[in-house]
Design a protein. Structure first.
Length: 544
């Protein structure tokens, strides 16, 4: 079998076995076609040959090793795509050593879980496709055996791929990574540099930078390891990035509606916010009336989501607990929001509200709560956040997002909605509430402004919906409602009312015994007449 046949056969095997989605298939195919430019396997090609045959989309050579970016909208499945890339390269013996880099612990934890064959979302789906990988984590790089290329003496069968899970910060600044440890013949950096088949897969790749005339320590650190190939995964690539090999943007994902929740932008303009548009938020770092209104409405929407999930005939995922994420402007603002939410009396315990900011981002207990927030046993229902959840926090049960104050703009909504696009079942289930994310935008912009911005972002013509998966709706919570009352004897028109309050208490009846006896007999006589068909009685309740 020729090398070209091997690549095509492995591609088809990976696609069918791993049940890839069309965008993942297209991205993997684009990478396979770049590999087909080479006359020899990737691991055998010297750097100058790689740079000669594997070029960028504008036709220019890569400044260093070949580096491509695959841009997929949040929720489409970048982790599964990373597994497909590893599987295809391992099956064809193009590469067997892989370095997965990520800027956040949460992302590395997600990959570590996915690389466990016993995990429900195993990265290779079928354990028969690729042998169990050998994982080397950051805390294991001091162990010389982690870099031995010889198979384990007790291992039977073909060894699986060797996958290093490291942070970009570690390879950039850590002496543990760069320097030789006692009794070690080489450092971790030297061992990776000497590998003849190293492929670097970089998640949140837009953070790396470099190679475009802008110095970057992360880019230089990867370059120093001399990988045969670098593949970046991101949902937000730079517009000027010439390394983008395939793109499946968020507007297209929302429009096609297969892999993400639909998005409802619920807009309400506050005149006070217009006057403060260019100045500090009212009250400084304290919660204000605008915040309160947005949060109260967000909590109402969260309750509606919980009821919809409970009533859904096809549950999106066992025991889904919807949560709300509020974005505050500062640590002090977040504390003020947290304190006010607690004072509402709507929560059974303070544990149902989690506050995260730069001070708690690295706290182990907070991290565990965030990573386990999908679990029904996790108490958190509301997360008050200060720009710490913009990236790398991937859960499927975020159903309401509330950007507060000056962040209640369309640009902030696009950034924030990424935290709630994932579907608990990996697909929509046919319920509008269960299949949608509510973004509460209470601020200086009205629905017309938000709609205009959404049209520009989506690239579509104006209409009631910008794209099929994105709706811009004015805030709508009428002060009055209509209740229809019917009777078997007489049909009455609907009675409008503003508010109906039920008071659970006994009414005082200041009557003497004779009067009470007469009232009781009158009621009994009426019931007897009704039962014998001699007449009917109906009662009217007047409400205002």
């Amino acid at each position: 079998m020729t090398r070209e046949d091997k690549l095509r056969h492995a591609f088809n095997l990976v696609v069918s076995t791993m049940e890839l989605r069309p965008p993942q298939i297209e991205a993997l195919k684009a990478l396979r076609d770049e590999l087909l430019r080479l006359q020899r396997p990737l691991r055998e090609c010297p750097p100058h040959v790689l740079r000669q045959f594997m070029i960028r989309k504008d036709g220019s050579p890569h400044p260093a090793h070949p580096s491509y970016t695959l841009s997929l909208a949040t929720g489409v499945g970048k982790t599964r795509l990373a597994g497909a890339i590893i599987a295809m390269l391992w099956l064809t013996n193009e590469a067997r050593t892989f370095l997965i880099l990520a800027p956040r612990r949460a992302v590395l934890q997600r990959f570590e879980n996915a690389l466990n064959p016993r995990f429900r979302e195993y990265i290779f789906v079928n354990s028969g496709l690729v042998p169990e990988p050998h994982i080397i984590r950051a805390d294991e790089i001091d162990n010389p055996s982690a870099f031995e290329h010889a198979p384990n003496l007790f291992q039977t069968g073909t060894p699986g791929p060797r996958i290093f899970l490291l942070s970009q910060q570690l390879i950039t600044t850590s002496d543990r990574f760069k320097e030789r440890r006692p009794h070690a013949s080489k450092s971790a950096a030297e061992a990776l540099r000497e590998a003849q088949d190293l492929v670097a897969i970089v998640d949140e790749a837009h953070h790396v930078g470099g190679y475009e005339g802008k110095p970057s320590k992360w880019a230089d650190a990867i370059k120093d390891l001399a990988p045969k190939l670098q593949v970046g995964l991101t949902a937000t690539h730079r517009p000027d990035d010439q390394s983008v090999l395939y793109e499946y943007p968020l507007p297209r994902a929302l429009d096609e509606g297969h892999y993400t929740k639909a998005v409802k932008l619920l807009v309400r303009q506050y005149k006070e916010a217009i006057a403060e548009a260019d100045g500090p938020a009212k009250g400084g770092d304290q919660i204000d009336d605008l915040d309160r209104a947005a949060l109260l409405y967000g909590l109402d929407r969260l309750k509606a989501k919980a009821q919809a999930i409970e009533a859904c005939s096809v549950h999106p995922y066992p025991n889904v607990k919807p949560i709300l994420v509020a974005f505050a402007t500062s640590t002090a603002h977040a504390q003020s929001v947290y304190d006010w939410l607690l004072s509402l009396g709507r929560f059974e315990s303070p544990d149902e509200i989690l506050k995260t900011d730069s001070a708690t981002a690295k706290d182990e207990e907070t991290t565990e709560l965030l990573l386990g927030i999908e679990g029904y046993g996790n108490p958190v229902k509301v997360v008050v956040n200060v720009a710490e959840l913009i990236e790398g926090w991937d859960v499927s049960n975020v159903y309401v997002v509330v950007p507060l104050r000056a962040m209640a703009t369309f640009a902030s909504a696009v950034q924030a909605m990424g935290r709630g696009l994932r579907l608990p079942a990996g697909r929509r289930v046919g319920s509008k509430e269960v299949d949608s994310l509510d973004v509460v935008l209470f601020g200086r912009d009205d629905a017309a402004v938000i709609l205009k911005n959404a049209i520009e972002w989506s690239g579509k013509a104006a209409g009631p919906e910008v794209i099929s998966g994105l709706s811009v709706l004015p805030y709508d919570k009428p002060a009055t409602q209509t209740l229809g009352l019917t009777s078997s004897a007489k049909v009455r028109p609907p009675v409008p009312y503003r508010e109906l309050q039920v008071v659970d208490e006994e009414l005082p009846l200041d009557v003497d015994a004779a009067a009470l006896s007469g009232l009781t007999r009158a009621v009994i006589d009426g019931l007897v007449q009704h039962a014998t068909g001699q007449g009917y009685t109906f009662f009217s309740v007047l409400m205002s």
